[in-house]
Design a protein around this ligand. Structure first.
Ligand SMILES: Cc1cc2nc3c(=O)[nH]c(=O)nc-3n(C[C@H](O)[C@H](O)[C@H](O)COP(=O)(O)OP(=O)(O)OC[C@H]3O[C@@H](n4cnc5c(N)ncnc54)[C@H](O)[C@@H]3O)c2cc1C
Length: 460
């Protein structure tokens, strides 16, 4: 047994970072500490769900919350779902509302009964911050930056803080590093896998409430020849705003609206994306974000420091897994505290459990990205291409794809004998693929709308 048996409450936990991972950790820790302090270097956010926090440039993007993530958040923050929907978030079906373009054709929409949640990040974080009120022992302090951890004999005793220019030290029994992928708090360089992906994102005003047969379109690129993937999703509130994102691997997309339409005519996986972008009216200038690498940080040097969320492991955001991964890590933390893991052992125990979750996300996205950057095994790549191709038809392999994407099962599931047999058989069979089912574009009046764009932009 370690020195800090958790049969009695600990005194103080410090959480550095009030993003999704920090907020989730707060609720996991609250029952076990007399005091939990969350600090964040940013100024307190206002109520604008489209506002982008300085330290989280990804908040310009709508975020997907996978069903496992939502399950955990609802457990840690009872009432989260209704608060999230109240702020404009929505629930969608992975099979019916999401339309995937892959292997040269659109997958037919089919209800799968697998829910998926979509909203701006501020809708998620705001809903969690609402839930913090239930924990009277938790405080959240904005404009407070952690400069360094204070480590003595392998144990962290606190941190030095900068509170609006004032330096101070704070002591803590447990420190959670939830400082995100752009953190400077890590004590060693992460393992890095270069992916060189660029995101250019437009928010488009639309006249329609929603498209006739989809809420989200995702166009995967055929690798390695095609480097551009596309995403379009109706982003509440009002459902009349479409987020359109160009994801480009190793190729900088333009940032001007007309140039992007032209770019997509040559580079997009389906011609529909250029038409869709052309149909809308940007309501503010586009944003561009570089995501150069997937990063996996080493374990913290002190045994009572836990690194969680993107600070620990940040993967290609294309599958929308980051918040769900952070939620599952927070659930693990909660279980370790419930089972009275001593604080001087909790860091190692947490890392061991979290490795499994991180590996699930990392392996899948490593495979998806490695065609651009490393040679790998040509046979394995051809196998996975065939799996993805077959996932476009029927529900069997697609369900496995959904489970891997949702971190429910590891990537090894793609090598299950039943899938391997289908891959093998497909090499000898001429079974035609499902018919292409191109999504219907909503009625547009793009040029007309663009005439009013200037006034819309200036009013934001
Ligand atoms: C383009 C893009 C799209 C994405 N889409 C999705 C998606 O659809 N679904 C999904 O689940 N994930 C998505 N992600 C990933 C997701 O944004 C992250 O996984 C998630 O935000 C991680 O949360 P976090 O709390 O670990 O880090 P962050 O959200 O980055 O929060 C870190 C916090 O720490 C604070 N901080 C940092 N350093 C200090 C310090 N020294 N002192 C005090 N505070 C500090 C920062 O101010 C910040 O608030 C996307 C990412 C990108 C880049």
């Amino acid at each position: 047994m370690g020195t800090f048996a958790l049969t009695e409450t600990h005194s103080h936990a410090l959480i550095i970072g009030a993003g999704c991972a920090g907020l989730l950790a707060a609720s996991a820790l609250a029952p076990y500490f007399s005091r939990v302090t969350i600090i964040d270097q940013d100024a307190a956010p206002d109520d604008d769900v489209f506002a982008v926090r300085r330290s989280t440039p990804q908040s310009q993007h709508a975020h997907h919350l996978l069903f496992e993530g939502k399950r955990v958040i609802d457990m840690l923050y009872p009432g989260f779902s209704s608060a999230f929907v109240g702020r404009g978030g929505k629930q969608l079906d992975f099979g019916a509302d999401f339309r995937f373009f892959q292997s040269g054709r659109w997958r037919r929409p089919r209800r799968l009964g697998v829910p998926m949640y979509l909203g701006m990040r501020e809708m998620m974080e705001g809903a969690m911050r609402d839930g913090l009120a239930a924990h009277r022992n938790v405080s959240l302090e904005w404009s407070t930056k952690a400069d360094a951890l204070i480590v003595e004999s392998g144990r962290c005793v606190g941190a030095t803080l900068d509170r609006n220019g004032q330096q101070e030290t704070v002591s803590a029994d447990l420190v959670i590093d939830a400082t995100g992928r752009w953190s400077k708090l890590g004590d060693a360089a992460p393992r890095r896998f270069t992916i060189d992906v660029w995101y250019t994102t437009f928010l488009l005003a639309t006249r329609f409430a929603h498209a006739p047969d989809w809420s989200v379109l995702i166009g995967y690129n055929k690798r390695p020849e095609q480097r551009v993937a596309c995403y379009a999703g109706f982003t509440a509130p009002g459902e009349s705003i479409l987020q359109f994102t160009i994801m480009s691997y190793g190729l900088k997309p333009p940032t001007q609206f007309e140039d992007c339409i032209e770019f997509l005519r040559h580079e997009a996986p389906s011609p529909l994306f250029a038409d869709l972008l052309a149909s809308g009216t940007p309501i503010k200038p586009p944003t561009r974000l570089a995501f150069p690498s997937m990063d996996w940080s080493p374990s913290p040097l002190a045994t009572n420091v836990i690194r969680i969320g993107d600070a620990a492991c940040s993967v290609d955001p294309v599958t929308g897994v980051g918040v769900t991964k952070a939620a599952l890590e927070a659930e693990l933390l909660s279980k370790l505290l419930a089972s009275e893991t001593p604080l001087n052992e909790i860091g190692a125990a947490f890392d061991k459990g979290a490795r499994r979750l991180r590996t699930r996300a990392w392996d899948f996205l490593y495979e998806q990205n490695s065609r651009f950057t490393v040679s790998g095994s040509a046979l394995a790549r051809r196998y996975m291409d065939r799996v993805m191709d077959l996932a476009q038809d029927g529900d069997g392999i697609f369900k496995t794809f959904v489970k891997v994407r949702n971190l429910v099962t590891p990537m090894a599931a793609f090598y299950h004998p039943s899938i391997a047999a289908r891959v093998l058989l497909s090499a000898f069979s001429n079974r035609p693929p499902d018919e292409d089912s191109t999504p219907v574009l909503p009625p547009t009046s793009g040029s007309e709308q663009r005439q009013t764009a200037a006034s819309t932009m200036s009013s934001r």
